[in-house]
Design a protein around this ligand. Structure first.
Ligand code: ASC
Length: 128
């Protein structure tokens, strides 16, 4: 229940920004760009899992306007968009679970699956 369409756009973009910050830091750790800190990594994975549930609300009807990266296809293929969003949420939840373990391979796999969810949706629904 946003007052203005712009509020919905701002809401989802804010959520994506928070997700990118947290996910990006996890990537930096996995790529060895900074030391791996299991506690920080797990905290960030929890953040992403919680944040992954937010952006969907911001894709209200009529918010495919302006120069946001969101393509009109989101609203014309809403069922597919929603299922991709849901897969992202599932992958993020699994990553948060994996991050509680000491299994680096499981962590990396879960991280990659989540990243594929990001990219898979961006490739189809986001202007680059
Ligand atoms: C990120 C980020 C994305 C995804 C994507 C994964 O850190 O900002 O959009 O990962 O690049 O392939």
């Amino acid at each position: 229940n946003f007052k203005e369409t712009d509020d919905a756009i701002h809401y989802r973009q804010s959520a994506f920004g928070l997700i990118a910050h947290n996910f990006g830091d996890m990537g930096a750790m996995l790529k060895g760009k900074k030391p791996f800190d299991a506690e920080v990594f797990a905290m960030r994975a929890q953040n992403v899992a919680a944040l992954s549930k937010l952006p969907a609300e911001g894709f209200v009807a009529g918010s495919d306007k302006g120069d946001t990266g969101a393509l009109a296809k989101i609203w014309s293929d809403k069922a597919d968009f929603d299922s991709k969003m849901s897969a992202f949420q599932d992958n993020a939840a699994k990553l948060a679970v994996a991050a509680q373990s000491d299994d680096q391979n499981a962590i990396k796999q879960a991280f990659m699956n989540t990243g594929k969810s990001c990219k898979g949706c961006h490739d189809v629904y986001k202007k680059d």
